[in-house]
Design a protein around this ligand. Structure first.
Ligand SMILES: *Cc1c(COP(=O)(O)O)cnc(C)c1O
Length: 344
C-alpha cells in the first residue's frame, strides 16, 4: 500500500462511519423529510453560528450556489488569484451565475484589505458592478494558511463600507479552528454566507454544508435543485457528516502535527526548500531546488509515497486521518534516502 499524501480527499470511511451510514434514518430530502439531513443541517447551522444550513453534494457546488445567491449576472466577484473558485472550478461561475471573477494578488495567498479596496470598481456605467468578496480559510494553494481574525475583520470593513457581500470558502474551516482555537462560528460571523467540507479532513465520502441567513439558505435550496443537487434519501450521506463532526473533528490537530513532522523532514533534505513558518495546518508545500517537481514526484512515487506536483517547482503533501504518524515517519525516511539529508 502506498503512503498517499496527494490529498485529504482520499480518505476511506471509518468503521464507525460505515455503521452510522448503515443505520441512518432517511426520507425524501427534496420534500425536506429526511430526518438525518435535517439534523445535520441543524448541527451545521449551530456550529457555524448561522440561522440555517443546507447539505450539498460537493464543495464546488457549495461555492457555485453561494455565488449564485449573492450576485446578479454581470456582477464581479473579487477573490485571491490562487483561490479554488478561480482556478479549479472549470469556469463555472461564468457559466452558472454569469459573473466575472476579478483575481487580485494577496500576501501568502491571503487577501489584504488594500488589495480588495483597490479592486472595487467605481460606480460608473462602464464598469462591472463589484458585488462579492470571496475568501478561502484555510487557503489551499497557499499551503493551508489560516486567516488571522483581524485580517478577516479588516477585509470585512472594506466589504461593508462599499455595501458588498462577503463569502467564505471554508473547505478546511475546521482545520483553521483546530489550528488556532478560534471556533468556526467566530470565523464565520463576518460573512453573509459560508460553507465547510465534510469530505476533506473530516473523512466523509461526500458532502459539504452551506450556512447563512434563513433567506439566503432558502435561495440556496432553490439553486441546489436548479444545479441538479437536490438529493432524495440523502440521510445515508448526512449520517456520515454527523458522525465525522462528532468523532473525527476532535482529531484534526493530529493531522497538523503530522504535517509539521513531515515538513521538518523535508527541510533536512539539501534538495528541497520549505518554509516551516508557512506550515500552519494539514498541508505542506516544498520546493525542489534544482529542476522541476514532476520528476521528483515520480521518483518518490516509485518508492511508494504519493505526492502532488503543485507548481513548476512546488510539491504538495496533505495529511489526513488515513495516514498514521508511523506512515509519516516512513515517508520521511523514504524521501530522505533518495534526497540525502544535509549534515545535522
Ligand atoms: C476541495 C476544495 C473545494 C471544492 O470541494 P469539492 O468537494 O472537491 O468540490 C473548494 N474550495 C477549496 C478551498 C477546496 O480545497
Amino acid at each position: 500500500m502506498p503512503i498517499d499524501l496527494r490529498s485529504d480527499t482520499i480518505t476511506q470511511p471509518s468503521d464507525g462511519m460505515r455503521r452510522a451510514i448503515a443505520e441512518a434514518e432517511v426520507g425524501d430530502d427534496v420534500y425536506g423529510e429526511d430526518p438525518t439531513v435535517n439534523r445535520l443541517q441543524d448541527v451545521a447551522a449551530d456550529l457555524l453560528g448561522k440561522e440555517a444550513a443546507l447539505f450539498v453534494p460537493s464543495g464546488t457546488m457549495a461555492n457555485q450556489i453561494c455565488l449564485y445567491v449573492l450576485t446578479d449576472p454581470g456582477d464581479e466577484v473579487v477573490l485571491e488569484r490562487s483561490s479554488h473558485v478561480f482556478n479549479y472550478e472549470t469556469g463555472a461561475a461564468g457559466l452558472l451565475s454569469g459573473v466575472q471573477l476579478h483575481p487580485v494578488d494577496g500576501k501568502n495567498g491571503l487577501l489584504t484589505p488594500d488589495a480588495v479596496e483597490a479592486a472595487i470598481r467605481p460606480d460608473m456605467p462602464v464598469f462591472p458592478p463589484t458585488r462579492v468578496v470571496s475568501i478561502e480559510n484555510t487557503a489551499n494553494k497557499a499551503g493551508g494558511r489560516v486567516y488571522p481574525m483581524d485580517r478577516i475583520r479588516a477585509v470585512e470593513d472594506v466589504v461593508r463600507e462599499h455595501d458588498l457581500r462577503f463569502h467564505l470558502d471554508g473547505a478546511r474551516l475546521w482545520n483553521a479552528s483546530a489550528a488556532t482555537g478560534v471556533d468556526e462560528a467566530t470565523y464565520a460571523e463576518p460573512f453573509d454566507i459560508v460553507w465547510a467540507a465534510l469530505s476533506k479532513g473530516l473523512g466523509c465520502p461526500v458532502g459539504s454544508v452551506i450556512a447563512g441567513s434563513q433567506d439566503l439558505i432558502e435561495a440556496a435550496t432553490v439553486a441546489r435543485k436548479r444545479f441538479g443537487g437536490g438529493m432524495r434519501q440523502a440521510g445515508i450521506l448526512a449520517a456520515a457528516g454527523l458522525y465525522a463532526l462528532e468523532h473525527h473533528r476532535p482529531h484534526l490537530a493530529d493531522d497538523h502535527e503530522k504535517a509539521r513532522v513531515f515538513a521538518e523532514g523535508m527541510e533536512a533534505c539539501a534538495a528541497f526548500s520549505v518554509d516551516l513558518d508557512a506550515v500552519e495546518t494539514n498541508i505542506v508545500l516544498f520546493d525542489v531546488n534544482d529542476g522541476t517537481a514532476q520528476p521528483v514526484v515520480d521518483r518518490i512515487a516509485d518508492e511508494g509515497v504519493l505526492l502532488t506536483p503543485f507548481g513548476p517547482k512546488t510539491i504538495r503533501a496533505t495529511f489526513h486521518r488515513d495516514v498514521s504518524m508511523d506512515a509519516v515517519s516512513k515517508a520521511v525516511e523514504t524521501i530522505q534516502a533518495l534526497y540525502a539529508p544535509t549534515a545535522a
